[in-house]
Design a protein around this ligand. Structure first.
Ligand code: MN
Ligand code: MN
Length: 298
């Protein structure tokens, strides 16, 4: 059953997110963090829906650890940990911002309040633009800025961004939430000095299959099959390929597949004024009386 799979995945993702929230990650490398969280998801019987994202400070999203990535968490860093679990392709997408420096508590609280406010107004038929308005108002009242060009999204089996956006600001038009469809809501917040937008960075360490068309390079085609069999159309990291391939070979073949456009590489997203960004995210399914937040805290 679709709903049961969403709920199973959500329960696991919610448990792991709360573990992430309560833990002290200072001094750990992002490689250690990603691997530990991914193994917690798998231990509970789900697959990872995408590589754990550990986006630090002004990096808003889409950073995952490289193999043996030495980047280490410092005591005043603000880290968005975004994780995904899936059962039979039905995804739970959730995020928390961890930070151990009290001067950034307001930023983290604004993301959480905006998400909570959005969740409390959801039932089927609610307009996505009204959710965006609620998120924007909540964040601005607390003295911060929403990131206007990042948004929540509809979800579908093996598809994280299934075509519909839930904005983090009020916007014209849009759609109304449907009964028994899955969505993710994810307010991103920056300081009043922030531009309120993200731009693409240079680093690209999250990938996804674009096409299964053969490249005529036998080794690359084998890797394409490996990707399809293990990750379907969902995002993956080089770390996940070096479990089977030697590092140099994996990197060379992956670069080739990106060049051939068989694989898409996603850049990290950075706040335009290099201001810190906080995020909170839940996956939910609306119904006519309200909402099931699949990733709710246990
Ligand atoms: Mn997410
Ligand atoms: Mn998401």
């Amino acid at each position: 059953m679709q709903i049961e799979n969403y709920q199973k995945a959500g329960k696991i993702a919610g448990e792991v997110r709360e573990m992430v929230r309560s833990k002290d990650w200072i001094g750990k490398t992002v490689y250690e963090i990603c691997e530990e969280i991914e193994s917690e998801i798998q231990k509970r019987g789900a697959k990872c829906a995408f590589p754990v994202n550990t986006s630090i400070n002004e990096v808003a999203a889409h950073y995952t650890a490289e193999p043996d990535d030495p980047l280490t968490i410092k005591d005043n860093d603000l880290i968005k940990i975004d994780l995904g679990a899936q059962i039979n392709g039905y995804i739970a997408d959730t995020a928390v911002t961890v930070c151990y420096d009290a001067q950034f508590d307001g930023l983290v609280q604004a993301a959480e309040e905006a998400l909570g406010g959005a969740m409390s107004m959801i039932k089927s038929g609610v307009k996505a633009s009204d959710i965006g308005r609620k998120i924007e108002t909540t964040i601005k009242q607390m003295g911060f800025k929403p990131i206007a060009n990042l948004s929540g999204h509809s979800l579908d089996q093996y598809t994280i961004h299934a075509g519909k956006s839930i904005p983090n600001i009020w916007s014209v038009g849009g759609f109304s939430l449907s009964d028994n469809s899955a969505y993710a809501c994810e307010p991103f917040v920056t300081t009043s000095e922030g531009g309120g937008f993200v731009r693409n960075g240079q680093i690209k360490n999250i990938f996804a299959l674009n096409s299964r068309k053969k490249t005529k390079n036998e080794e690359a085609d084998e890797l394409l099959d490996f990707i399809w069999e293990n990750f379907n159309m969902l995002p993956f990291a080089l770390r996940w390929i070096t479990k089977k391939y030697e590092f140099k070979k994996a990197k060379e073949l992956l670069d080739f597949l990106v060049k051939k456009k068989a694989v898409q590489a996603y850049p990290v997203l950075i706040e335009v004024n290099e201001q810190r960004v906080a995020q909170a995210e839940h996956t939910f399914i609306p119904n006519e009386n309200g909402v099931t937040v699949t990733t709710a805290a246990p």
